[in-house]
Design a protein around this ligand. Structure first.
Ligand code: ADP
Length: 406
């Protein structure tokens, strides 16, 4: 077990080929040779060990940083450069939970007050009573990677934004050419133009999805969260969505709770279903996009049967789902399904148009609200897409609603 003794700056100068019998010395040679930043803090959040990698990233010489609070050496901020509150700071959180904290994209304010983008993992060291007695932070400067990603994202969003306009114009002119009141065309030309029209619509959708996904990736998707009662919200949404399913001859259903089906359109003899209020704090427009995407996919990929939209939950979580009786998704594809451009390559889905961006966008949006999205599926039986969102109490929802009116 590693002790919490202070690092000796002489340690990393020890020759690697020499006698490294002393375990502590050997440990320090290894830690000091690691290019990533490594910091060991005790239960008072005081730095007990800082390697040269960490010193370079933070701009603090080891002899100055050792023995002082990690919160002074590693000042963490959000993407606007505002200091993280205690309940968001992983160095505070690690002592309240027994699990490692991972943050892929945190801003560190270094000693020269410059912002450095880091990827950080903090692992707790537990004693025999499972109490966190110390923690090890490992971090890396990812500023260059992030800047490259940003450049790529900017290019994609500018290109897709610019290309949407001419595509919309082509689509408009093709629609005019296909309009019998405006144009006279023979049957063969109509067939060609219809094909051109549907390909142009696909291209327009692809640019729109590219734009949305690049915004979602670098956090530029606008979000105006408010307290939303998801049961009511989904019920209304399901009555809008069901037409596209019914047009294809599919049955639809809206369920609240695990078993009781509520058919909102047919109240039985004045009977009222008392159901829990499932409040969440999200942007309703963004959530509508997610549910609509899942529902549209269900309609698109299900040749016959039923689509069920539902909601359930417990004290902390609200869960909504979209289930279908379609072809299902092979187990090998499931782990990749929410990746950008991923499409299942099966005879059933190959013929159906799509961009492979919808589920990627859904995941980004759900994660923006600290939620989780996943799929459970069985080939030839159907797929169920689930979304879990943090539940807020009715009192909190009312407070939020009242404050948004002021
Ligand atoms: P798109 O539908 O535009 O291809 P998505 O990201 O929405 O892109 O979906 C990715 C892939 O997941 C689809 O191409 C399809 O292969 C598969 N998929 C999504 N939803 C379903 C579903 N309900 N049933 C079967 N396969 C699905």
């Amino acid at each position: 077990m590693f002790g919490l003794g202070k690092s000796s700056s002489a340690a990393h100068k020890a020759p690697l080929t020499g006698d490294l019998g002393d375990e502590k010395l050997r440990f320090e040679v290894i830690v000091n040779a690691i290019e990533d930043g490594v910091i060991l803090v005790d239960s008072q959040q005081v730095i007990q060990l800082i390697n040269p990698g960490a010193s370079t990233i933070c701009g603090w010489p080891a002899q100055d940083a050792n023995g002082i609070s990690v919160l002074s050496v590693m000042k963490l901020a959000n993407d606007k450069g505002e200091p993280l509150a205690d309940n968001e700071n992983p160095f505070v959180q690690i002592f309240k939970q027994q699990e490692a904290v991972k943050a892929g994209n945190v801003t560190l304010i270094n000693k020269d007050n410059q912002q450095v983008c880091i990827s950080l993992t903090i692992s707790p060291l537990l004693d025999e009573n499972k109490q966190v007695t110390a923690a090890v932070a490992v971090f890396r400067d990812v500023s260059e990677e992030r800047a490259e990603e940003k450049k790529r994202g900017d290019f994609i969003s500018t290109a897709s934004h610019e290309m949407r306009t001419p595509v919309a114009a082509i689509e408009g002119y093709l629609a005019l050419a296909l309009n019998e009141k405006v144009s006279t065309i023979d049957a063969r030309a109509r067939d060609y133009l219809e094909k051109a029209h549907s390909s142009t619509q696909h291209l327009g959708q692809l640019f729109q999805d590219l734009l949305t996904s690049s915004k979602a990736e670098d956090g530029r998707l606008t979000s105006h969260p408010k307290a939303v009662e998801l049961g009511d919200f989904l019920e209304k949404l399901s009555s809008d969505l069901r037409f596209s399913a019914e047009k294809k001859g599919l049955f639809t259903d809206f369920k609240v709770g695990s078993s009781n089906t509520i058919d909102a359109s047919k109240p039985k003899g004045g009977e009222r279903n008392i159901r829990p209020l499932y409040y969440v704090y999200v942007d309703p427009d963004r959530l509508r996009e997610v549910i609509t995407n899942l529902f549209d996919n269900a309609v698109k990929y299900t040749p016959e049967g039923k689509i069920t939209l539902g909601i359930t939950g417990d004290k902390n979580v609200v869960q909504c789902y979209v289930k279908d009786t379609g072809p299902g998704i092979p187990a090998a594809d499931v782990p990749h399904l929410f990746q950008k451009f991923y499409r299942v390559d099966s005879s059933a889905t190959r013929t159906i148009g799509g961009t492979g961006l919808g589920l990627f966008i859904c995941k980004k949006i759900v994660e923006q609200y600290n939620g989780r999205i996943w799929v459970e599926s069985e080939v030839d039986k159907g797929s169920s897409f689930y979304i879990n969102l943090p539940r807020i109490s009715t009192e909190r929802a009312q407070e939020l609603q009242a404050s948004s009116k002021n």
